[in-house]
Write a new protein. Structure first.
Length: 110
């Protein structure tokens, strides 16, 4: 997927086109973000996200259930989720910038 440059008309909203960035640029392997979220409350992402999957499949785990989002599906992830992506997954995602910054600055863990 060729990610266009996203012009930010609203600085409080972060937009990301996820493809080659997923798994450090390696879309040939499945990616589970659980290890990166360790140390956040509930060991889960506390930032809401909205988006659209263009290829592949996301599995999103919550404390009480799991959701699967596939190509051509729109999604909404409330706080408290742990996402995983199958190899080859591509999606566009929007997140509120202040909450995203908090989730990205997770505490150090052993």
């Amino acid at each position: 997927m060729n990610c266009p440059r996203v012009r930010r008309a609203r600085p409080e909203l972060n937009a990301a086109c996820i493809s080659d960035r997923l798994a450090g640029g390696n879309r040939r392997q499945d990616t589970d973000l659980a290890p990166l979220l360790k140390g956040l409350p509930g060991d889960s992402c506390q930032c809401p996200h909205w988006g659209y999957v263009t290829a592949g499949r996301l599995t999103v785990r919550y404390a009480d259930h799991e959701e699967v989002v596939e190509a051509d599906d729109a999604f909404s992830m409330p706080p408290g989720h742990v996402p995983a992506a199958e190899a080859g997954t591509e999606f566009v995602m929007f997140s509120p910038t202040p909450e995203l910054r908090v989730s990205e600055k997770r505490p150090a863990t052993d």
